[in-house]
Ligand binder design. Structure first.
Ligand SMILES: [Zn+2]
Length: 467
């Protein structure tokens, strides 16, 4: 990817401003066609004597049309406002060259959380164009030369980037447009069958039919992504590196973490970047605080043991100890993270049910689903656990990495416990559950379903690659 020239960025922004104006022109024309050729000059004042005069239809049809137009206009204006002002942009970093030996400022925003997306070395992802760190699920748009959180796509129809702040309004706009164009298609389709001498009837029918097909496809596709908690960009199955804070016992036990993985030559081989297993007390650990019950007998190494986990690539301890030529600052407490490589198809932000994923974008009340006012709950990044709430697939990743052990691994225990609800309240602690984590442990059945889903996604991706 090469940075696009300023002229090209300007051109795409200009196109994106022009197309909304074109959309407005279409709406003005359709409104006129409904009122004048259809209602006044056909239904109320029929052009021929053999056509009956239908005054009530001539009044009702435009009224219904304008009632349906109101939510289309409202959602479109709301979306436009968000897209033009701030679709979820990440601030640009300072322009001046920073010293390569030091990480850019703001890195503590990442390692003071418990989980963040990182590169193979355990560093947050850096955007060279914006000169700033990229929070989880952020993508750099070449069209507007900015990084946007949970960017979905660059949409010329609304004049900019649809990101986390605009996606709800975008889907609402599509949905209401679908209803409006469906209405126009039916109305004009019906009257063309009665009277085919007005060219405007045909033009409106063609426009409405085209936008009906277009928006229906988009609504289905967008809702599918909402229910999966993914975006157009993330939809392409890919593997991520996640830095995950180690539980307290592993932060203390120098033998537990595996040796740092050797990076392939293609990776960034900056020797100053520590790939370290230095261990210390964590400053705070939200979801590992409850110590697991001590096993009754020494357990044989299971397939989940960290040393044998293929997805646990390395560990990294923050703050980084880089060679600096100034006196050390008072050191914050160290935090050691496991660097996990997710299996193909894993979506750590899938909250486990379509409804939970839907409310993360659309809100918890029915009126929020319909009215384009409130921002999506997923725009709140105040949690110190992670930028976005994590779901059961992430839990499964922790199990596979050997960071937590599934409760059901002890067969005897399972039989003796008669209350499944008690078994469900297990190891992960409140910080994790403060709305950040859906309730319920990943059961074996659920884990099997999730793994099958990963396999299916990977297969789909391969098929896409073939074609
Ligand atoms: Zn960027």
């Amino acid at each position: 990817m090469s940075p696009r020239s300023n002229a090209s960025v300007k051109a795409s922004i200009w196109t994106a401003r022009f197309i909304p104006a074109f959309l407005v022109a279409i709406v003005v024309y359709s409104s006129w066609a409904v009122v004048d050729p259809l209602s006044i000059n056909y239904l109320i004042n029929p052009p021929r004597d053999d056509i009956p005069r239908r005054i009530s239809a001539g009044i009702a049809i435009p009224i219904v049309y304008f009632v349906l137009l109101i939510p289309v206009a409202a959602t479109w204006l709301r979306l436009l406002l968000v897209v033009l002002r701030d679709p979820g942009y990440i601030p640009r970093g300072p322009e001046e060259e920073r010293r390569l030996s030091e990480p850019a400022p703001g890195i503590e925003q990442f390692w003071t959380r418990d989980v963040f997306v990182c590169d193979p070395n355990g560093m947050p992802i850096y955007c060279e164009y914006c000169k700033n760190w990229k929070p989880d699920r952020t993508h750099h748009s070449q069209d507007v030369a900015r990084c946007t959180r949970k960017m979905d796509h660059f949409c010329p129809w609304v004049g900019g980037v649809v990101g986390e702040r605009g996606f709800k309004f975008f889907v609402q706009f599509l949905f209401y447009t679908m209803i409006l164009t469906c209405y126009l298609t039916v109305v004009f389709g019906y009257f063309i069958s009665k009277y085919s001498h007005s060219v405007h009837f045909f033009v409106v029918l063609a426009l409405a039919g085209f936008f009906l097909l277009f928006t229906t496809g988009m609504v289905i596709n967008s809702l599918h992504m909402v229910f999966q908690n993914t975006t157009t960009i993330e939809g392409v199955s890919r593997r991520l590196y996640l830095a995950v804070i180690l539980p307290p016992e592993l932060q203390k036990d120098p033998l537990a973490p595996p040796p740092p993985a050797k990076l392939s030559p293609g990776d960034d081989n900056d020797s100053e970047r520590p790939l370290t297993s230095e261990l210390d007390d964590p400053s705070h650990v939200n979801y590992f605080t409850r110590q697991p019950r001590p096993p009754k007998r020494p357990q044989p190494p299971s397939s989940h043991s960290p040393a044998r986990s293929k997805i646990w690539k390395a560990t990294i301890t923050y703050p980084l100890h880089l060679p600096i030529d100034r006196p050390p600052l008072p050191a914050p407490e160290r935090r050691t993270f496991a660097i996990l490589h997710t299996p193909p198809g894993l979506n750590p932000w899938n909250l486990g049910s379509g409804y939970r994923n839907f409310t993360a974008v659309f809100g918890y009340k029915v009126h929020e689903w319909l009215i384009p006012l409130k921002m999506s709950p997923c725009c709140d990044h105040s949690s110190r656990v992670s930028e976005f709430p994590l779901g059961p697939e992430f839990e499964l990743l922790l199990v596979d990495a050997g960071l937590i052990r599934p409760e059901s691994s002890d067969g005897k225990d399972r039989r003796s416990s008669s209350a499944p609800s008690r078994r469900r309240r297990r190891r992960l602690e409140p910080g994790w559950q403060n709305g950040e984590r859906p309730d319920g442990w990943v059961s074996e059945k659920e884990a099997r379903r999730i793994r099958n889903e990963w396999r299916r996604r990977t297969k789909m991706e391969k098929q896409v690659d073939v074609y």
